[in-house]
Design a protein around this ligand. Structure first.
Ligand SMILES: Cc1cc2nc3c(=O)[nH]c(=O)nc-3n(C[C@H](O)[C@H](O)[C@H](O)COP(=O)(O)OP(=O)(O)OC[C@H]3O[C@@H](n4cnc5c(N)ncnc54)[C@H](O)[C@@H]3O)c2cc1C
Length: 171
């Protein structure tokens, strides 16, 4: 279907609109680009994650990123990780170690996969992913919020507000 010819009067059209430019939104955009499917991603925040949150990627997740061609970019920014790594629980950065997490690293180092997991955190992973997604030619719009959408037989009509100017666009 030629989307443009069906939806004149819109500010823009896209085969896929992705709401949210964090881990899943960026990954979705990347995977679509690799399949030659254009998309528009809108994210209400000005940029990618500023907090670590997710602190690791399993071997399976890294397999998927390898297939998408972004493993090397992730390896460049990930911290060191080995089977004798540990994640300590401490009172403070200079305080006592109370306990430690992640005794079992079998999801990260497994003979079932040619790929090793990563100890990368979300605030480091997302900028690396974003750069790869931009390189793949995807349309990323940070500081833009999806504020509503309606569906009819021809597709979905979304209203996107640019947060800096307050202007809205029909997509
Ligand atoms: C404190 C904390 C610790 C965590 N630790 C771990 C961990 O150790 N391991 C682990 O696997 N996971 C962890 N997680 C979970 C992990 O962060 C999430 O699973 C992951 O972020 C989900 O990604 P997402 O892209 O689906 O959602 P999110 O990261 O929540 O991203 C959604 C994005 O959509 C944007 N958005 C929402 N609505 C709109 C809209 N209408 N228009 C435009 N943008 C919109 C938001 O601004 C946000 O950036 C943790 C989470 C938290 C909060």
């Amino acid at each position: 279907m030629n989307i443009s010819s069906h939806h004149s009067g819109y500010d823009e059209t896209t085969p896929v609109l992705i709401a949210g430019g964090s881990l899943i939104g960026l990954s979705t955009s990347l995977f679509l680009s690799r399949q030659g499917i254009p998309s528009l991603l809108v994210e209400r925040h000005a940029g990618t994650a500023i907090h670590p949150r997710l602190a690791s990627m399993t071997a399976r997740s890294m397999e998927i990123f390898r297939a998408a061609g972004v493993e090397a970019a992730i390896r460049q920014v990930e911290p060191p990780f080995s089977l004798d790594s540990t994640v300590p629980l401490v009172e403070s950065l200079v305080g006592q170690e109370v306990d430690h997490y992640m005794d079992d690293f079998s999801a990260y180092f497994t003979n079932a996969s040619p790929v090793q997991g990563s100890l990368i955190a979300q605030d480091v992973l997302e900028p690396a992913l974003r750069a790869q997604v931009e390189q793949a030619g995807a349309n990323l719009r940070y500081g833009a919020e999806l504020i509503g959408f309606e569906q009819d037989e021809e597709g979905v009509t979304a209203t996107v507000r640019e947060l800096s100017s307050g202007t809205t666009r029909q997509v």
